[in-house]
Design a binder for this molecule. Structure first.
Ligand code: UD1
Length: 422
């Protein structure tokens, strides 16, 4: 069993390079299925979820190669329409392949992405939207069997909630449908914009004239292109939290300041000073300087973009554990996102959870302990807490962290953390 061991209490200082966004790379890889040709996806992070997406593409009949940060997908040959259970289980977000496979094959069969670490993750919104586009859906023995008997056709769709995954599935299914689709109350996350940019570069016609409304004019054919995955705003937020928790001073290169900005107010409330400087490549360098002791973070309420991202709440909550006062976190997106709180309690954190609310009473210092990752972002919270804690922390169940953080231990060691993986 692999573990990460951290001797906490080092002030982080130096530079970190932010990778391509996991939550963008996965739908982009699914989208390459629509292209009768070759897609080059640059800045693709080395993560287990990316490897799982590549395995699904290969299973479906694509030629997939990786050279350093570039994944090349050749989807010219006819592709299969089913994803076996074991590949679906590898990665819970594999549901975004549904829209892409239906668009390409007119049918798709996959297993239901059942319950998960954040609570139930239903797909009713995905399926209702696909039905509007002409898909019949049968659910049999935990499998979803979809078929577009008469092809996909454009439709007017309003999502009951701006689900990221449902928006992605509609985009993928609608961009080669007959006619025009108007999707209202669509997710506005930057990863959606990145997917639209890739699809439009392949010849799709997607535009947004007002916030939360996407118009998708179906086109008969998409061609290959090269696309660079946007920076990972959650990885950036995690390093900001690590700097905050250790009274550190970090420079984060290759960020998008605007995408990351929903987490700035809470960190600024705690006394951190954050600056963004253009780096000439269309991106920004973020610098953060944290006070020796954080003030409380106020009330952090997770919301769809441009609200505070649910994925960044756990690492910031870990920083709030060592603030001088009480911070409050309200989770509005997922039902069960506080499993990691019990692990933080082993390190001496004082947190009370009531449903979707966590009240964090800062303590003067956390103590190192033996802890286990319960989920991806909860795992990141444990690392942030370990960096701030006195003494040694051992973190296990690293498979969760490997889904979403590339080069984590090396990057932290380079900025002064006493951290090793073995
Ligand atoms: C994506 C991200 C995830 C992030 C989340 C919210 C990826 C791979 N994952 O997840 O990291 O935390 O966006 O920003 O990009 N819901 C339904 N029915 C549905 C679909 C969703 O009730 O059919 C509910 C979910 O249970 C949840 C909420 O809507 O409570 C948000 O889900 P959604 O935006 O779809 O998140 P994901 O796409 O799963």
């Amino acid at each position: 069993m692999q573990t990460i061991t951290v001797r906490g209490g080092q002030r982080l200082c130096g530079e970190v390079i932010i990778h391509g966004a996991k939550n963008s790379a996965l739908p982009l890889l699914a989208a390459t299925l629509l292209v009768h040709g070759i897609s080059e996806i640059h800045n693709c992070p080395h993560l287990s979820d990316v490897r799982a997406s590549m395995a699904i593409l290969r299973h479906l009949g694509c030629r997939v190669t990786r050279q350093e940060d570039t994944v090349t997908v050749d989807a010219t040959a006819p592709i299969g329409s089913d994803i076996p259970d074991e590949l679906m289980r590898e990665m819970r977000s594999s549901i975004v392949f549904l829209g892409a496979i239906i668009a390409r094959c007119g049918e798709a069969t996959m297993s239901y992405p059942g319950g998960c670490e954040l609570g139930p993750r239903p797909i009713d919104l995905h399926l209702a939207a696909l039905r509007r586009l002409g898909v019949t859906v049968e659910e049999r023995h935990g499998h979803i069997c979809c078929r577009a008997e008469n092809g996909l056709h454009g439709a007017e769709i309003t999502l009951a909630f701006p689900s990221v995954g449902a928006t992605e599935n509609v985009l993928l299914a609608a961009c080669m449908a007959q006619g025009t689709t108007v999707l209202r109350h669509a997710a506005r996350e930057p990863e959606i914009q990145d997917l639209c940019a890739y699809l439009n570069a392949c010849g799709a016609r997607i535009h947004s004239t007002e916030a939360g409304v996407l118009t998708i004019e179906g086109v008969p054919h998409l061609h290959g292109c090269a696309h660079r995955v946007m920076p990972d705003r959650i990885e950036a937020a995690t390093y900001l939290a690590a700097a905050a928790a250790t009274g550190g001073e970090l420079t984060l290169r290759r960020c998008c300041a605007e995408d990351t900005s929903p987490v700035f107010p809470a960190l600024e409330e705690s006394g951190c000073v954050i600056r963004a400087v253009a780096s000439g490549d269309g991106l920004q360098t973020l610098s953060v300087k944290a006070p020796a002791r954080l003030r409380p973070l106020g009330t952090v309420r997770t919301m769809p973009y441009p609200g505070f991202p649910t994925d960044a709440a756990a690492p910031l909550l870990a920083a709030a554990c060592v603030a001088d006062g009480t911070s409050v976190f309200v989770e509005s997106i997922f039902e069960n996102r506080y499993k990691y709180v019990d692990e933080l309690a082993r390190m001496g954190a004082r947190i009370r959870v009531d449903g979707r609310v966590a009240v964090v009473e800062g303590v003067p210092a956390l103590q190192g302990a033996s802890v286990a990752c319960t989920d991806l972002r909860g795992g990141a919270a444990l690392i942030v807490a370990a960096l701030a804690a006195a003494g040694q922390t051992t973190v296990c169940e690293l498979k969760h962290l490997d889904r979403g953080y590339a080069d984590l231990t090396d990057s932290l060691r380079a900025v002064g953390a006493d951290i090793r993986r073995e």
